[in-house]
Design a protein around this ligand. Sequence first.
Ligand code: HEC
Ligand code: HEC
Ligand code: HEC
Ligand code: HEC
Ligand code: HEC
Length: 510
Amino acid sequence: MSTAEPSNRSDQPKLSTKILLGALVLASLLVTLVIAALLVDVAKKQNEAEVPYFEAVKITDDTVDPAVWGKNFPIQYEMFKKTTEMEPTEHGGSNPTKQTPTATDPRTVVPAQELEREPRLVKLWAGYAFATDYREARGHEYMLTDQRLTRRVTEFKQPGTCINCHASTYTVFKEVGGGDQMKGFDIINHMSYAEATKKFNHALSCIDCHNPKDMSLRVTKPGFINGIKALKASEGIKNYDVNRDATPQEMRSFVCGQCHVEYYFKGDAKTLTFPWSKGTNIDQEYEVSKDHVDWTHKITGGKMLKAQHPDFETWREGVHAKAGVSCADCHMPYKREGASKVSDHQIKSPMLDVNASCQTCHKADAEEMKSRVSTIQNRFLTVMDDTYTAVDELIDDIEKAQKAGVAEDRLEAARLYQRKASFYLDYSESENSNGFHAPEYSLQILADATNAARQGQLALMGKKTEPAPIPLGTGDENDPFAGPDAKPTEQVSPLPSKLPASSTSPTPNR
Ligand code: HEC
Ligand code: HEC
Ligand code: HEC
Ligand code: HEC
Ligand code: HEC
């Protein structure tokens, strides 16, 4: 500070300038806060809209068939069924791809094959079931069919745990557990997929998210109930019960967090586990999973970890979550249907209806909003391309070094870096928004992945690298996906009973 300046001759004006400046900063801060509060308030008010309905049938805590719920709530049910529709967006949605049906796979339309879009995935996952079949996601109506028919299930042995996020589980878990759904969860996880899947007839249903008594939102999936409890415990909150303690606005994201999350199968019991006991950012998830091995890399021998769809965790790192904007705000916007205003149960890409999804809060026109998303995604994809190159090169270099007889300690260090680089890249690939849910955070993950790959190359050359990679823990080395050398699975009859074999339109599983 220079007191010699003419304008600062006396203390008086200096002080008032400061006060004025402070007041301005405060005022603009207040305005920002009020606007943010208003935006969130708009969303809340809309949630609170009363929906009177005519009770045509009695729905109980055992009613699993959405068609029965649909008798009382025909508008939501009609929208819900529309998740069979497939429509691509610039970088999302789903691309209908024609397929010649076979005896084991009657689907005539499937989503696009990601292994063709990004062939480097095959090397990334060498030796793992994912390297044989990995497709785009599509609407909820398909979840059970697509799981039963993927080559990852028809050609590899999988545990019953897979069913948790691909079917309506609540009533079946209760039945199998003799009234105790947690017990049923445990029993089903222990089964083989072939055995478990026979017990399920419905994809995601109303009862997985709603309490039949008053239609309030409810979390039913044990994986989330346990996961969020562990997360809250790490924040010092004991005995968190999501259905008792969460706010209605939180529930509008928690119902999705039941499935759109990173997970692994713990121990011999194959318990579905969300790695949240230290927090939900990628470093915490990676640290917590340090004892877990998903597969051994076929080219390098690295002990690898797979990442899957961390949509919920990534959303938590973004500005929307911080402002209280939920998954449902963008993916289930309010729509006017005749006299009523309802939440759009055709859960899909918001880019297919920007007006409804974004413009409740953003005043920019639809084209502008689309272009903002496009810019974020294109930057993300450009950076990810470089990350792929880096990880690909590390795998090649380890392969060469093995052949050249490079010292084992160098190879081991390089493999640990490969494990990290691969997990971080995979996390980015399997997150479903291509960077939108949390732009800066997502770019940071890619930078970390690239860095780990380059460190691995340096380690092969015997150079000092920092920080040293996280060493593998001991024990709990289990393989949820049997490797390609494992025995083929017992013949599952993969077809849901009601699937017409010669249908030409996309077939939902009910
Ligand atoms: C602020 C709005 C917003 C919020 C909040 C939000 N998303 Fe998204 N989401 C998007 C956008 C935009 C995309 C990119 C869609 C595209 O590329 O077509 C997307 C993509 C997705 C996709 C892939 C969709 C597709 O068709 O490719 C899934 C799945 C998804 N989000 C799940 C979630 C979940 C689960 C949550 C909450 C944990 C969430 N989103 C929160 C806006 C949002
Ligand atoms: C924690 C919940 C969860 C579990 C457990 C789970 N999935 Fe999924 N799965 C999802 C979600 C969410 C999607 C859609 C988003 C995506 O594809 O990234 C999905 C998509 C899929 C798809 C379609 C896209 C693709 O990858 O080809 C298949 C097939 C699939 N899962 C098979 C399986 C199998 C096999 C298992 C067991 C090894 C399994 N899932 C376990 C949540 C889960
Ligand atoms: C029971 C687990 C489960 C729950 C709960 C769930 N999803 Fe999904 N979701 C899936 C699976 C599995 C798929 C992929 C189905 C397939 O490809 O066959 C999927 C697909 C999607 C898609 C389509 C992706 C695409 O590329 O077209 C979107 C968007 C989506 N989910 C968002 C959400 C939102 C938002 C919520 C909460 C309101 C939610 N999901 C709740 C499991 C779930
Ligand atoms: C993935 C979770 C999920 C599933 C499955 C689901 N809903 Fe909803 N539903 C929601 C969310 C989120 C809301 C918004 C509730 C709120 O904010 O209070 C909602 C709201 C509703 C409402 C209140 C009115 C409205 O439209 O906002 C009704 C009625 C309803 N759903 C019926 C159904 C029926 C019927 C089914 C099955 C055909 C179903 N829901 C399946 C998540 C789900
Ligand atoms: C319920 C309200 C709400 C909805 C719906 C919503 N947004 Fe936002 N959006 C916000 C708020 C609040 C912010 C943060 C403003 C701030 O604090 O600077 C924000 C910020 C953003 C940003 C800046 C992101 C960043 O990381 O800095 C973009 C881009 C954006 N929104 C796009 C979208 C798109 C696209 C959609 C629809 C798919 C959407 N938003 C839906 C409320 C919303």
